[in-house]
Design a protein around this ligand. Structure first.
Ligand code: HEC
Length: 129
C-alpha cells in the first residue's frame, strides 16, 4: 500500500513539473513586417502592436477603410470574441481609441486634432470625349 502511495506521489511530482513547464514564459521573435504595415506613432501604438500583431500583420489595420469609433470598437471586440484574442478590457479601450484617432473617419480625425489630414482625397474623374 505504501509502495502504491509512493508511486502516486511520484506521478503527481512528474505532473507538477510538467505543468510548471507549460506555465513558463515563452518569447517569440516575429519576422520583420513589410514597411506598408507600419502603424502611425501615437498614444497606445505599442499596445496595438503587442495585442494585434500576434495573429496577423498590422497591414490589416493600415489597409482597412477609415472606420468610425464605434466600428473600430466592434472590430476589436470581434477579434476578442470571434477569434479569441487575449486582450483585457483596459487594453481593448486603448486600442479602440488609438484606431479611431489614427485610422478613423474625417470627423474622428478632426476630433483628435490632426485636421483630417488622413482623410481620403476626393478624386474627380474627367473623361476625354
Ligand atoms: C487571436 C488572433 C487575432 C488577434 C490577436 C487579432 N486578430 Fe484581427 N483577425 C484575426 C483573424 C483570424 C482574422 C480574419 C482573417 C482573414 O479573414 O483573413 C482577422 C481579421 C482582421 C481584420 C480584417 C477585417 C475583418 O474583420 O476580418 C482587421 C481590421 C483586424 N483583424 C484587426 C485586428 C486588430 C485591430 C487587432 C487587435 C485588437 C486584431 N485584429 C487582433 C485574428 C486575430
Amino acid at each position: 500500500m505504501s509502495n502504491c502511495l509512493g508511486q502516486i506521489i511520484g506521478y503527481l511530482a512528474v505532473l507538477g513539473s510538467a505543468t510548471a513547464c507549460f506555465a513558463q514564459m515563452t518569447s517569440i521573435e516575429l519576422p520583420r513586417d513589410h514597411p506598408f504595415s507600419q502603424i502611425k506613432a501615437g498614444a497606445g501604438d505599442e499596445v496595438v502592436v503587442r495585442s494585434c500583431a500576434i495573429c496577423h500583420s498590422t497591414d490589416y489595420i493600415v489597409g482597412q477603410p477609415h472606420l468610425d469609433a464605434q466600428r473600430w470598437n466592434a472590430e476589436v471586440q470581434k477579434m476578442i470574441k470571434t477569434y479569441g484574442a487575449a486582450i483585457n478590457d483596459t487594453d481593448a479601450k486603448i486600442i479602440a481609441d488609438y484606431l479611431a484617432k489614427n485610422y478613423g473617419t474625417v470627423a474622428e480625425s478632426q476630433k483628435s486634432g490632426n485636421c483630417g489630414r488622413d482623410a481620403l482625397p476626393t478624386v474627380k474623374l474627367a473623361f476625354a470625349d
